[in-house]
Design a protein around this ligand. Structure first.
Ligand SMILES: [Ca+2]
Length: 155
């Protein structure tokens, strides 16, 4: 058991975020990854899915503020989030009803993907999905914990 514990902890060297993978930020029992690489919305979602996650849902003002800090720290303006015009649902399946649209948004008939503009108030706008910008992936901490458990069993 001791060997298993040591091996598991060594996978997560960042003591401040022991349950999120290296490079991710833990907030509110969820893990967030800000990617400053600029891509269209579908490519961003594909990237997140390849890492067993989704484009990020934003479930509260405090989460939105946390993400705003990550974007501003990176010197960026805005980032795709996992909200798209299929009645504006979260791509990760979250049923969170939290929304933070800028006044008059969403407003584009050809704008079907949501971005959070963190250069100012962190409010959201709909944009054409083909536009390229940074993005957020997220996953629930329980999923990250499950991953750690699976790796522990595999050892
Ligand atoms: Ca718009």
């Amino acid at each position: 058991l001791m060997v298993l514990l040591i091996s598991t902890f060594s996978l997560y060297p960042q003591a401040a975020f022991p349950l999120c993978p290296t490079g991710w930020s833990e907030y509110g029992n969820r893990c967030f990854l800000f990617q400053s690489t600029e891509t269209d919305w579908a490519t961003a979602e594909s990237y997140c899915r390849q890492h067993h996650t989704d484009l990020a849902s934003v479930r509260s003002m405090s989460e939105n503020e946390q993400m705003k800090g990550l974007v501003q720290s990176a010197g960026e303006i805005q980032a795709w989030i996992g909200l798209y015009r299929n009645s504006w649902m979260w791509v990760d399946g979250s049923n969170s009803s939290f929304r933070h649209w800028r006044a008059s948004e969403p407003n584009g008939s050809e704008e079907n993907c949501a971005t959070a503009v963190h250069a100012d108030a962190g409010q959201w706008e709909d944009w054409p999905c083909s536009w390229k910008m940074p993005f957020f992936c997220n996953k629930n901490l329980s999923n990250a914990s499950l991953l750690a458990s699976a790796e522990e069993e595999a050892l």
